[in-house]
Design a protein around this ligand. Structure first.
Ligand code: PLP
Length: 382
């Protein structure tokens, strides 16, 4: 029986054009920094990908800094070494629902300040206003466009306006939003955008920090050496991964609206089935704008760990609200920040749809859920 893969927010399967581009690229043998024909051919592949990633977010190719993924791009953006028109921001503000890769604080470490979100998971603008008003110097604010666990969207452009009025810089983690909804420099007004290849259907292990202005300077980049990526990130480029990333970015951007419409229709069916089978289920963030592909939910009495295994055995790949690298389920800081009780959060599951998702996948989810609920004696309808 074919499996139903509903975990696109973790990794979206490799798109055909990305695979084809990578295979093609693996045949090339040059180092992009070499001046001979082989080197120039490798350079051309990197630069073509740079154009495509720039186009995805409406930026300029020369402002794309390729990294090993969004985690590294966040580490570079939050290194505390960026200088904008008002100087280098001495304070880092983060929303409480940022990805752990941002909450790490990087160059700001323990001094990073966490801003609360409301019960829907949206940044509290009054607290932001107070934090900006009381600031001695410009701030660096890091805000996701869309949350990876719930899909909840943040009012990034409104936040950017406040941050800029206070002389600060905005880093927007666009990992889950880019290629799924309109998420560009124009829509966010961010100073730096973070994107990840494998969330778009590109290969794992590639990402980018994209700067809005070439005038933003980094005083001491994290990885120094051979001066690649205009000195922002040294190291011989992972040409095949970068080329695959570019192809996936082009494909995601080209099909964005169609894929979003299909995901929205399939999610609607999934959520209707979920509430029919488990009328007491909670869908997190349901009352606020969300990505069209994400459904985070909990069913009273159904523990996430047990449910994940049962779905997996039934051929359906879901995710818990939050999984750490060991695969164990841990308490979700996102749901905690939204004021969800531990009891409810313990059951949090996430279905995230994407370019491979079909109606049959959603049906497989519903059938599996019906079986699981019947086994634990909670089935209310078929
Ligand atoms: N930011 C968000 C919102 C994410 O969902 C993820 C990955 O789950 C990351 C950052 C880190 O991305 P990467 O896997 O490319 O390091």
């Amino acid at each position: 029986m074919p499996r139903a893969y509903l975990d696109h927010n973790a990794t979206s399967p490799l798109r055909g054009p990305a695979r084809a581009k990578m295979l093609d690229t693996l045949r090339a043998s040059g180092n992009p920094s070499s001046v001979h024909a082989e080197g120039r051919a490798a350079r051309a592949l990197v630069e073509a990908a740079r154009e495509k990633v720039a186009a995805l977010v409406g930026g300029r190719a020369r402002n794309v800094i390729f990294t090993s993924g969004a985690t590294e791009a966040l580490a570079l953006a939050l290194s505390g070494r960026w200088r904008g028109p008002e100087g280098a921001p001495p304070r880092l503000l983060l929303s409480a629902t940022e990805h752990v890769a941002a909450l790490e604080g990087h160059g700001f470490g323990e001094s990073a300040e966490i801003l609360p979100v409301d019960a829907s998971g949206v940044l509290d603008l009054a607290t932001l206003h107070a934090a900006l008003a009381g600031s001695q110097g410009p701030v660096l604010l890091c805000l996701q466009a869309a949350n990876n666990e719930t899909g909840v969207l943040q009012p990034v452009a409104a936040v950017a306006e406040k941050v800029h009025a206070a002389g600060g810089l905005l880093v927007c983690d666009a990992v889950q939003a880019a290629g799924r909804i309109a998420c560009t420099f124009e829509t966010t007004d961010a100073d730096m955008l973070i994107v990840s290849s494998h969330k778009l259907g590109g290969p794992l292990g590639a990402g980018a920090l994209v700067l809005r202005e070439a005038s933003l300077t980094c005083e001491r980049p994290l990885i120094r050496g051979g001066g690649q990526e205009r000195g922002f990130r040294a190291g011989t480029e992972n040409v095949a991964a970068i080329a695959g990333f570019g192809a996936a970015a082009e494909e995601a951007a080209g099909h964005r609206d169609d894929e979003a419409a299909l995901a929205a229709a399939l999610r609607e069916k999934l959520e209707a089935d979920l509430l029919r089978l488990a009328p007491t289920a909670t869908i997190f963030g349901a009352k606020t704008p969300r990505l069209p592909n994400t459904c985070a939910f909990a069913i009273p009495g159904l523990a996430a760990e047990t449910a994940l295994m049962a779905f997996d055995l039934a051929g359906v790949a879901l995710s818990s609200g939050s999984a750490c690298s060991s695969g164990k389920v841990r308490r979700s800081h996102v749901l905690a920040a939204m004021g969800v009780s531990d009891d409810v959060a313990r059951g949090a599951l996430r279905a995230s749809l994407g370019w491979t998702t079909t109606e049959a996948d959603v049906t497989a989810f519903s059938v599996a859920l019906g079986d699981i609920l019947a086994r634990i004696g909670r089935k209310t309808a078929v």
